[in-house]
Structures are given as C-alpha cells and as structure tokens.
Design a protein around this ligand. Structure first.
Ligand code: SF4
Length: 425
C-alpha cells in the first residue's frame, strides 16, 4: 500500500497530525492484536482534525468491517485484505465522498495476483534481510486458525515475479531473503505445479548468485518432501534451517485440531532431514491447553519433544478465536492449566536448547551483523531467523549488514557469544 500511495504522489509523514490520510493496517489474528488495533484507531479518531480521513485496512477490517464502524466512531473507510492494491482509488473515493457515512471496500475473493499486475514488490526489508512473500491465503483446515477466513484460499504469486524481486533485492545489497507465506510448502499448488517450492528455490539461487542466505519459513507437516530436502541440502545459499510448526505430538489432539495426525511421519522426516543436513536447525511451535487436551496427551507431547530434540521450540497457550471450529469444542481448559503446561513444556525444552547451543562452542560460523552496543557486535548465524530465534554477541566491532566469521566461545539457552576469527568477506 505504501508503494502504491508513494507512486500516486502521496508523501509519508512522521506525525499523524501532519497527514491528510490516516491508514491503520490492523491485525485480527488473536485477541490482544485486535484490542491493540481498535485502541489505535480510537486514539487517531479522537485526535482527527477537519479534512483528515481515517481508514482501517488489513485483517481486522476484513473480518470485522461492520463491527469496527460500531466500535470506532470517526472511521471514514474500511478496506480489507483481499483488495489492498486498490488503496489509491479507495482513498480518492473516500476523500471525494459527499456524505459523511463510512465507505467499504471488502470484496470476498483473494486477489494477490493484482499486486503483480500493478508492479508492487511484496517485500519488507529490515536491514540486510528481506521478507519476500510468495503466496497469500491458506487452504488448510486447522480448526483453531482464523487465517483462511481472513485471507481466503492460498493464491501463489507467479514464480517470475518472485525471482525478479529476489534478483533486485540481491543487487541492492540484501544479504538474506526469507520466503514467507501462510504455508510455503503449498506454494504453486493452485498453479497446478509439482515441486514448485524447490524449483523456486533453485531459480532464486541461479538468478541471484550474490545472495548469501535464502531462508524458508512455515513448512507444513507432510509437505516437506525428498525433492525439497535435496535442494536444501545441495544449494549452499539455502540455509540449513527448517521452521516446521507441528502444534502437537499426540494424534488425538492433532485430529481435534484438524492437523496431520501422522506423528510417525514427523519421526521419519526429521531423521531423513538430519541425515541430509547434519547441521540443520529445526524450529517448531506447539499449542498447549487445546480443548480436550488430557494430561496423558500433554505427557505424550512432552515425550515427543524429548525424543525429537528440536533446536528451537515456541509454545503458545491455546487462545479461543471466535468463528473457528475450536471455539465450539467442549472441554475448554482453564487458563491456569494452559499456563502450567506452557511452563512445563518450556522448562523441558530449555536444557535441550542449551545443549544444542553448547555443541556449537569451538565452531566457526558466518554471522550476519545486525547491530552494535557497548563494545559488542550483535548478529545472527544461519541457525537463527530474525526476531524469533537467538543472537550471537561477538567481542569487537563489525559493520552492520556485513558477514563476519566468528568462533563460538559460549552458549546460553537462546543466545551465543563469540569472537571474530576472520576479517570481513
Ligand atoms: S496452515 Fe497455518 S495459516 Fe493455514 S489454517 Fe493451518 S495454522 Fe492457519
């Protein structure tokens, strides 16, 4: 939206008071995000000056359009997630309207392709790393998740558009590209293509040889196949990192979640992945306290975590999302039980994470430098995705956005310490 507005002659300003158009890109995924979005809209609505318009965009606007109007007086327009690429025309319409009633733009069809027709890059750059979106929406049936309702079914972007953007980002000096979608391993399914993700990864490596790291997030259990493993193992630019949200380790809980319940697949797949890439860092996430989760199911999850020795584990207490099938399930658990299981799971994982990190001490790794402070350089190894995983604190100074070779000298549960071993590459 920012790119389109910029192209139409709008100029971004720092202070809301200086703006003619105020746009809040809302989040509707979980309760706290919804509250924050509404709070922010209310604050802007109250401070709104004559001639300014206030528009709510994004997920919350998509699923809650009518209610938002009722919750926030002073809203002028609502534009959802499906046609965000119409933002310029929509803003013009709202500004030119004759009546004070708010206007809506909430078509139901998923039209991610529209952004490619308009030449908008689907990229968010943060320092030397860039998130590149390869698809939008999701066709999976997970019972706890409101994303398919918010985003619609998965629509993949054409590979040519993604490859061109990756090439441009690398030419601009971006060192790490992170491919994202609600489910990256489903990429290309709607285009009728087999193995579209591994093919895309290969094409990006070929098109952008100067790119150092290519990372894939959000794989779906059962969808990490031999071809993907082979491409990840043989292309040096693709980092040996797999983010595979598993959500639970007990088949019955997984069935209630409407997730793949073949736990045996996970054991076999991880063995195969680790054999092909012995240095791979595997990240997963779990939901604890899902409706009907018995103590025995939770214990099975704990054993699953002990058995599989994940490098990184994220856990969430189950949050009821209105409108999802899970919200209607019987045996919703008390918050106290959810919290207690969360603490137990995290306590179980901590020594595993620590020993994984300790096994790196003495190794020399490439580190992407992201910041500096108090005589230290702060960066990440390939084992850490930005913002969700750990960091490495290195003695001495190194330029931000560059790679440095550093020897690991110490390990904590989440972070590493190190010392520069070679100069810049
Ligand atoms: S795969 Fe992810 S985004 Fe899709 S429905 Fe399941 S949890 Fe939601």
């Amino acid at each position: 939206m920012a790119q389109l507005l910029d192209g139409a002659g709008y100029v971004a300003v720092e202070e809301p008071g200086q703006a003619s158009v105020l746009i809040v890109n809302t989040c509707g995924f979980i309760g706290p995000a919804r509250e924050e979005s509404i709070q922010h809209l209310r604050e802007l609505a109250q401070a709104k000056k004559r001639g300014q318009i206030l528009v709510a965009a994004g997920c919350l606007a998509q699923i809650w359009g009518q209610q938002l109007i009722a919750e926030v007086s002073g809203l002028d327009g609502i534009i959802g997630t499906r046609r965000w690429m119409d933002i310029v025309e929509f803003v013009e319409k709202v500004r030119g309207r004759k009546k004070p009633e708010p206007m809506y733009h909430l078509p139901g069809d998923a039209t991610v392709v529209g952004s490619d027709e308009r030449g908008v890059m689907r990229v968010a750059v943060q320092g030397a790393s860039a998130y590149l979106k390869i698809a939008d929406g999701c066709r999976r049936p997970c019972a706890f998740c409101s994303i398919p309702r918010i985003k619609g079914v998965a629509v993949s972007r054409p590979p040519e558009a993604i490859i061109a953007e990756a090439r441009e980002l690398a030419a601009r000096g971006v060192r790490e590209i992170i491919l994202i979608a609600q489910d990256t391993t489903d990429y290309g399914h709607d285009l009728g293509r087999q193995d579209a993700l591994p093919n895309l990864l290969e094409s990006i490596c070929n098109a952008a040889p100067e790119l150092k790291w290519l990372r894939v997030m959000y794989a779906y259990p059962g969808a990490v196949n031999d071809r993907l493993i082979e491409v990840m193992a043989t292309r040096p630019q693709i980092v040996h990192y797999l983010d595979l949200p598993l959500q639970h380790g007990h088949p019955d809980a997984l069935k209630r979640m409407r997730r793949p319940a073949n736990v045996g697949w996970v054991y076999r797949a991880l063995e195969k992945i680790r054999a092909a890439m012995p240095d791979i860092a595997i990240r997963t996430t779990f939901i604890v306290g899902y409706p009907g989760e018995t103590e025995a199911e939770f214990e099975t999850l704990c054993q699953f975590v002990r058995d599989l020795q994940f490098d990184r584990v994220g856990a969430f207490t189950y949050s009821v999302e209105p409108g999802t099938p899970s919200a209607e399930l019987p045996d919703q658990l008390p918050e106290q039980v959810k919290r207690e299981r969360y603490e137990r799971l995290m306590a179980l994982q901590q020594p595993i994470s620590l020993s994984k990190n300790q096994s790196l001490v003495g190794q020399t790794l490439d580190v992407l430098v992201e910041g500096q402070g108090e005589g230290l350089t702060i960066g990440r190894t390939f084992r850490d995705a930005p913002e969700i995983d750990g960091l490495m604190m290195i003695e001495g100074h190194a330029p931000v956005g560059e790679f440095v070779r550093a020897r690991v000298t110490g390990a904590m549960e989440y972070d590493l310490t190190g010392i520069v071993s070679h100069l810049w590459r």
